[in-house]
Design a protein around this ligand. Structure first.
Ligand code: NAD
Ligand code: UGA
Length: 358
């Protein structure tokens, strides 16, 4: 795939001084949007994804095709394939890596724990092993997660809060990424910035996540199961719109200092919305925008690793990166629903309605 001249063209910046970025996970939700935004502002971008079938692959292919229309090529390869990674680095001489490839999803980790270790831990190590050999070494921005705050109950979450009580294996692997970042920064001087994203939603979103899965249920007339905490309490999430997440990714890429054997930067930031809401409110908004009432079924949260609430303190990202989320949940859900309805109208939904996330 890399011999195709389009791949070289893809990683060539279209503006003077543009960066050259390897974006992993471009078949995925956040990687797709981030790669598009980088390309549109003139950076060179090569995507990478293994197109796994955790959720329907036709959605990943639709993202890939949309990226290709804008000149971004996605190399189909696994993070664990170090020869494919090395060939990509040889071709493009990346200045930056944005690592978004991962086995995502909190609850599925009880079903297939090995896939999290393989992609999020072993795959990340493979990537860093390739990065450390480059001269000069690229700078690395990677996805962490709000889930690292785990059983910490003090909100809002700040970067200095304890992160040693992961409630899910997914969270434990995301925390492991942050620890690996410390080690590779310390030994090799790789510049590393971790971004703790908070429950991301929007167009081209993930069908395993609540907003998309609830929409499918509402359209099918099936009950939406709303999980509750102890005593029937509501779960709260700091739902964050994709454009704000992308803004955080680009700002992190622009602010990260160079890799350097002695003084390379090492940072972690919350990238959230700072306006947590009850999960029920999402169902209210979906009812309104889809124009169809959900059948609501409340049930105690299953023992699959969810936390009771998330809420980001984003002042560090604001001070150091200029990050400022700007999309209200109401406007964001409206945009999601517009896309969702178009997606189904265009017949890109094969397999989506019958897909059952954990
Ligand atoms: P996603 O599942 O849509 O995208 C991840 C992509 O990575 C997928 O297309 C998958 O095929 C690919 N992938 C998985 N393992 C791979 C491997 N070993 N090699 C190559 N490709 C591989 O998920 P997303 O929502 O876009 O998440 C992006 C990142 O952000 C992930 O690291 C995730 O853990 C993190 N994150 C997401 C959210 C969220 O709410 N979406 C919140 C916090 C953190
Ligand atoms: C999401 C992503 O799936 C993770 O990859 C990510 O790391 C995490 O955000 C994060 O912020 O770090 P989650 O918050 O569980 O995880 O996102 P959703 O699947 O969209 O769930 C949102 C809320 O709806 C949760 O409180 C969940 O318990 C609830 N939910 C989910 C239900 O009430 N019913 C369901 O059937 C599914």
């Amino acid at each position: 795939q890399l011999r195709n001249p389009e791949a070289l063209e893809s990683c060539r910046p279209t503006k003077p001084g543009g960066k050259i970025v390897l974006v992993t996970g471009t078949g995925g939700f956040v990687g797709y949007h981030a790669a598009l935004a980088l390309r549109r502002r003139g950076d060179g971008v090569l995507g990478l994804d293994n197109f796994n079938s955790y959720y329907p692959v036709n959605l990943k292919r639709a993202r890939e095709a949309s990226l290709k229309d804008e000149g971004v090529i996605t190399l189909e390869a696994d993070l664990n394939d170090d020869s494919a990674l090395s060939a990509a680095f040889d071709l493009c001489n990346f200045t930056h890596v944005l690592n978004l490839a991962a086995q995502a999803g909190v609850r599925y980790a009880t079903k297939d724990p090995g896939s999290y270790i393989k992609s999020n831990v072993a795959g990340f190590v493979k990537l860093l092993e390739v990065v450390k050999l480059r001269e000069p070494m690229p700078r690395v921005v990677y996805a962490s997660s709000s889930s690292v705050y785990g059983m910490n109950t003090k909100v809002p979450f700040s970067e200095s809060d304890p992160v040693d009580l992961p409630a899910s294996l997914y969270a434990a692997t995301k925390r492991e990424d942050e620890l690996l970042a410390v080690t590779y920064n310390h030994i090799y001087g790789i510049a590393m910035t971790g971004l703790r994203f908070f429950t991301v939603y929007g167009p081209f979103g993930r069908p395993d996540m609540a907003m998309f899965a609830f929409s499918n249920k509402i359209m099918k007339g099936e009950p939406v199961e709303i999980f509750q905490g102890p005593g029937g309490s509501e779960l709260e999430r700091d739902f964050t719109y994709i454009d704000d997440i992308v803004q955080g990714c680009l700002a992190a890429i622009d602010h990260i200092g160079p890799s350097n054997k002695s003084t390379a930067p090492l940072k972690v930031y919350n990238i959230g919305n700072s306006h947590p809401e009850n999960v029920t409110y999402i169902v209210d908004l979906l009812d309104e925008f889809l124009g169809k009432k959900a059948v609501r079924k409340y049930k105690p949260m299953p023992p699959t690793g969810d936390v009771l609430r998330t809420n980001a303190n984003t002042s560090l990202a604001q001070q150091e990166l200029g990050y400022k989320p700007s999309t209200s949940l109401r406007n964001g859900v409206r945009k999601f629903v517009n896309w969702y309805q178009e997606f189904y109208r265009d017949g890109l939904d094969a397999g989506m309605m019958s897909y059952q996330p954990l």
